[in-house]
Ligand binder design. Structure first.
Ligand code: SF4
Length: 272
């Protein structure tokens, strides 16, 4: 889908960590909007999307001048206490336009020089590999969490057509892990997957997070229900996967290849 880009000049970058992210002092969104436009994205129902005429997934605001503002905010926040940052809560910090704009990279440059206590990078884009040099400078104060909702590319296409292919995400996780960047494969939201999923992940990472619509959408599944996602499961004949107990199946599979302390369920997997 074509994305419309708008340049914005925000006054602030850091937001207070609240709700699902209350373990963090701040959240950080280098962009507003998201060109990946996942069908299940709960941000679709948040004011950032509902106050906009254009459909979620078709627009992205680029936060120009972000680095300068962020540098000041970070410095100020550090004088007040521990700074733990979740990037990003309502966009993917590695939008396709990031290739050109380098907003996220400019923020990482600042953090590499003046590091927060912890940075969690949540993405589903292979572009994160471009920034391995900066991520390494953060040492163990960073974790890159790569969303891998399923190992089935056909399923990915049904739910999230404009997001990067699964294989490219797995390859990126492998590159990051081999380079020494702390990583996590994040099965969130869990989509129908194959019997080999856990084994595939174990060959790449030593930490996984499993989350579903019921535990992870912040409303016990209500938000996702109102997005009408259930219809998609029905059309695909995969309704057994749209159930609060469905995650047990994948959890059992993960337990065969990962130890208990390598498996994180829902919010635990996103904590600093
Ligand atoms: S990548 Fe994240 S923010 Fe973007 S549409 Fe998908 S779920 Fe929403």
């Amino acid at each position: 889908m074509k994305t419309e880009y708008l340049d914005k000049y925000p006054k602030t970058l850091l937001n207070k960590g609240t709700g699902f992210l209350s373990g963090y002092s701040h959240s950080l969104n280098p962009y507003t909007g998201c060109s990946f436009g996942c069908s299940y994205c709960y941000v679709r129902q948040m004011p950032v999307s509902t106050f906009r005429d254009a459909k979620w997934g078709t627009w992205v605001d680029v936060k120009k001048g972000a680095a300068e503002i962020f540098q000041k905010e970070l410095r100020r926040a550090k004088t007040k206490g521990s700074v733990t940052i979740f990037m990003s809560s309502s966009t993917d910090p590695y939008q396709p336009i990031e290739h050109k704009e380098q907003i996220t990279r400019s923020l990482l440059e600042i953090m590499a020089a003046d590091s927060p206590d912890f940075l969690f990078v949540q993405t589903r884009s292979p572009l994160v590999r471009r920034d391995i040099d900066l991520l390494l400078r953060l040492g163990d104060r960073v974790r890159v969490s790569m969303t891998v909702e399923t190992d089935r590319e056909d399923i990915r296409k049904h739910f999230s057509l404009d997001a990067p292919p699964i294989n490219a995400r797995l390859k990126t996780l492998q590159l990051l892990a081999e380079a020494g960047v702390p990583t996590q494969a994040t099965i969130a939201p869990m989509l129908p997957s194959s019997e080999r999923f856990a084994e595939t992940l174990r060959s790449i990472v030593s930490r996984v997070c499993l989350d579903d619509y019921y535990m992870g959408d912040g409303s016990g599944g209500r938000r996702t229900r109102s997005l009408g996602i259930h219809t998609l499961y029905k059309q695909l004949g995969l309704e057994e996967w749209y159930d609060p107990t469905a995650y047990h199946k994948v959890h059992e599979q993960l337990k065969q290849f990962f130890s208990e302390d390598q498996i994180y369920i829902s919010q635990q997997g996103f904590e600093p």
